[in-house]
Design a protein around this ligand. Structure first.
Ligand code: URA
Length: 240
């Protein structure tokens, strides 16, 4: 048997335990043992013959699973919730320890990926890879052209300028005084779309993520999910 040497943090993320960045934090905090000894060196090389433990749990490499879920409202995008609310992981029946890639707010609906592949999750959520996310927002009032231009070219949010984006009015309903806006962003800051609208005094009444990279919700109803094909997974890897 050929044993491949791999960096410890990569090995941990590939086991599906957590992302590579979180694995690095755990190593630096002294939470990771290799063959019974705590290892704090990020560059440490390991193979399948080594025994890796985190908080006394033995890590095993597992096969990867990839799911695309149509997240309903009122579901939290995490593995567990201390308030006992339903999570996206409760909706996906898998024997693997899958976790959501990035997050959607509790009241946001739409596409979210779940996987146990920490490596791919890392690629998709890293800001340098500019993965596009398309949203459809229902906002109170008439969404002005000049505000669309301002938001598209970038505004300061928590002291940092947002990257170039696309905000376009799809339609305005005079009767109810609401605008429907198509939004495309490449970042994934917390509450980013809502915060951007709020910065120009628009209240977001509903938000749905319709596309994640090249993936959409075709064929799925709210709460339903499907596995990604190998071709789709490869295409996601190629976004690196
Ligand atoms: N931006 C938001 O404000 N909320 C989401 O759920 C996703 C993007």
């Amino acid at each position: 048997m050929v044993l491949f040497m791999e960096r410890l943090q990569k090995y941990i993320s590939e086991s599906g335990y957590t992302s590579r960045r979180k694995a690095e934090e755990l190593i630096l905090k002294g939470k990771v043992k290799v063959n019974g000894s705590v290892v704090k060196e990020l560059g440490t090389k390991v193979t399948d013959a080594d025994l890796i433990e985190i908080d006394n749990q033995i890590l095993r490499k597992q096969e990867h699973s990839y799911f695309l879920l149509y997240k309903p409202r009122g579901v939290i995008s995490s593995v567990t919730d201390d308030k006992g609310r339903k999570t996206v992981c409760d909706l996906v029946k898998s024997e693997k320890r899958v976790f959501p890639v990035g997050r959607l707010d509790y009241d946001t609906t739409g596409i979210i990926l779940l996987t146990n592949d920490g490596e791919l999750s890392n690629i998709l959520t890293h800001p340098k890879h500019d993965v596009t996310k398309e949203y459809y927002a229902k906002v109170k009032g008439f969404f002005k052209k000049e505000d669309a231009l301002t938001l598209s070219s970038g505004i300061l949010l928590n002291g940092k300028k947002t990257k170039k984006a696309s905000f376009k009015l799809d339609r305005y309903d005079k009767k109810t005084d609401v605008s429907y806006v198509k939004v495309v962003i490449t970042e994934g800051r917390n509450h980013q779309v809502k915060d951007m609208f709020n910065a120009l005094n628009y209240d977001v009444e509903k938000l749905k993520r319709e596309k994640y990279a090249f993936l959409d919700l075709s064929g799925l109803k709210s709460g339903e999910y499907r596995e990604l094909s190998l071709k789709e997974v490869k295409k996601l890897y190629s976004l690196k």
